[in-house]
Design a protein around this ligand. Sequence first.
Ligand code: OSB
Ligand code: MG
Length: 385
Amino acid sequence: MGVSAPNFVGIRLSSQFQNISLELKSARLYKFSLPFKYELKLKHTTLRQRDGLILILTDTAGHVGLGEISPLPGFSRETMETALYKTTMLVDRMINFGEFTAHHNDRRPMSWEKRTAPSVVHFGVETALLSLLANARSISLGAMLYGHSSNKIPVNGLIRSSLSEWVPEADFLVNEGYKCLKIKVGRINPTLEARGIQDIRNHVGPDIKLRLDANRSWDLDTALEFGKAVSSADIEYIEEPIENPADLPRFYDACGVPFAFDETLHRIIDPSISLDSYTGLKAFVLKPTLIGCTARFVTLVNLAKEQNITPVLSSSFESDVGLAALAQLAGSISGEEVAVGLDTRSALTAGTTKIPSTIQNGWMPVRTLSTQDLDLSYCELVYQS
Ligand code: OSB
Ligand code: MG
């Protein structure tokens, strides 16, 4: 079945892919359950294991594409069961009817408020399709979308521990070679946390970048109290300091600490919104798994670049298959320039590839995967066609 390239999964591929011919032959879907080393405390829930799906697509010429669909409880709109159901429906349509149209080609025009953000399923299925096309040409996902890619990317070291562990952990990560650290704040008293951040800055010196993430824990006053107390610590940005993103410009005006969008990007945003009014907006932290589809992700990357906002790829505790796809995208979008948020694999005791997506000296290699790389020992086959 020939597919017209410009609208493939709703995105424009570079010109050498004008006439893709894609005929899918089979699909296999595995469900995995990977234990965390320690309980993972997220804002609304605590997880002991990471559940998700690995999709393996094969075309009639024998090329293979891999994708991962891993709804994150408390962040994703759908449960594992819904994701599994939607994936099988979508894959059935692709195999039986050759339909690769993206979900957002709504027949009825709809106002942006009424639109729902796409599901975790779309990004995973689209990744499998796109990586099949990329594998057929022996290039990475990123190289196929953007025409170029670095072969390694810098990563921000993630600090999720309690306050008393911050300095020892920062020390450890800097010794490991990380040049950029991201610290989760907004959990206990903001005055104590601000002092902890100052301690980290004093300990690591001026050359290490510090990013913070408050996951919307504060009201404007609390955020300001914290922001003023860390304003001399040279913070690159703080993700989502306040509950209501409309208050963010006031946050920056009052304390001078740049901020970043993360959760805000998981919803459909008024397309006429001017980001100019958001002075202090430094970065978009982009989690494709939570943004929901490739087309929306690519649009947000372009929007950021047009407005001088740094796009920072970030993970949602995906397994190695998902992380490899994110690393390939980061290799093209920010290359060796910007540290990305992919330091989540170390929280898991096992993975979905024989060799885990490891970080060395603060760098993650950009690698493409084939079926030989998979380790399915934590997986169960749940669907086949
Ligand atoms: O808030 O940024 C977050 C992971 C899962 C869910 C939410 C978040 C995260 C991360 C990923 O922090 C790691 C990173 O961005 O460095
Ligand atoms: Mg965040």
